[in-house]
Design a binder for this molecule. Structure first.
Ligand SMILES: NC(=O)c1ccc[n+]([C@@H]2O[C@H](COP(=O)([O-])OP(=O)(O)OC[C@H]3O[C@@H](n4cnc5c(N)ncnc54)[C@H](OP(=O)(O)O)[C@@H]3O)[C@@H](O)[C@H]2O)c1
Length: 254
């Protein structure tokens, strides 16, 4: 059941990759709690606008902001504008990500770099650029990193993706320790298999059946399950939770 109190009213949240999929659900869930949500996108401005409209329909306010999380200069410049234009930056959700898949023996440097630079360096770029405004938010400052079940258990054909998501867990714990003295928390959410554009690409019937066998709850998750988890971690009730990985995976890993 979605949390719909207004505990985040007056708070400004940046959701990277908020234009589609899990990021869109997170943006809407934060909006439902009253936050002003800055919806980031890489290329799909049209989709980011749709998210912004949905955030407002859910009871929040919204703006869109395009930048590539892998480009540290672009990140710094873009994030600098948020407190100036919106008054503060209290919540950062590092959700933007790509799945670059392939067997290790054929994997190119370009594929490795694309995956690590987006999923891991991208989160670091945003944390670094947002840390000063987040420290000003003190006990309300929140960082939420979207990792993956694959970062904790690996997956054949996903070496770079698994490494990037495992690295994100280390980054989560280091950030949590570094910012704790000022009341800012940093946690990760590790989704299992969630129905989005990223996973929509041809999953043959047999592979889908095999996947379902590995999920004790017997179904693939919807993106709103991750939105609800993020709305909880972003709120005041999660103030004493930091450095943790919240697994939302139907029991796939326990
Ligand atoms: N779906 C799953 O089963 C699953 C499971 C575990 C973890 N995750 C993680 O959850 C996150 C969201 O996944 P999803 O399934 O929602 O993916 P998705 O549907 O493919 O959406 C990806 C989002 O990331 C944005 N993005 C990609 N590269 C970017 C960049 N360089 N800079 C800024 N934004 C960028 C995209 O923006 P545009 O719209 O502009 O392209 C889009 O909003 C990812 O970190 C993914 O690894 C997903």
């Amino acid at each position: 059941m979605a949390i719909s109190d207004k505990a985040l009213s007056g708070k400004v949240a940046l959701v990277t990759g908020g234009s589609r999929g899990i990021g869109r659900s997170i943006a809407i869930a934060l909006g439902r709690r009253g936050a002003k949500v800055i919806v980031n996108f890489a290329s799909r401005e049209d989709a980011a606008k749709e998210t912004a409209t949905a955030v407002e329909a859910a009871g929040g306010t919204a703006a869109i902001l395009g930048f590539d999380v892998a480009n540290s200069t672009a990140v710094t410049e873009a994030i600098k504008t948020i407190p100036k234009e919106h008054g503060s930056l209290d919540i950062l959700v590092n959700n933007a990500g790509v799945a670059v898949n392939g067997l290790i023996m054929r994997f190119t440097d370009e594929q490795w770099n694309k995956c690590l630079q987006t999923n891991l360096q991208g989160a670091f770029n945003c944390i670094r650029a947002a840390s000063v405004p987040l420290l000003k938010a003190k006990d309300a400052g929140r960082i939420i990193n979207i990792t993956s079940v694959v970062g904790e258990m690996g997956n054949g054909g996903q070496a770079a993706y698994a490494a990037s998501k495992a690295g994100l867990i280390g980054l989560t714990m280091a950030t949590a320790r570094e910012l704790a003295s000022r009341g800012v928390t940093c946690n990760a959410i590790a989704p299992g298999f969630i129905e989005t554009d990223m996973t929509a690409t041809e999953l043959p019937e047999a592979a889908r059946a095999k996947l379902l066998e590995q999920i004790p709850l017997g179904k693939i998750g919807g993106p709103d399950t991750i939105g609800d988890a993020a709305a909880f971690l972003a709120g005041p009730e999660a103030a004493y939770i930091t450095g943790q990985v919240l697994r939302v995976n139907g029991g796939m890993l326990m």
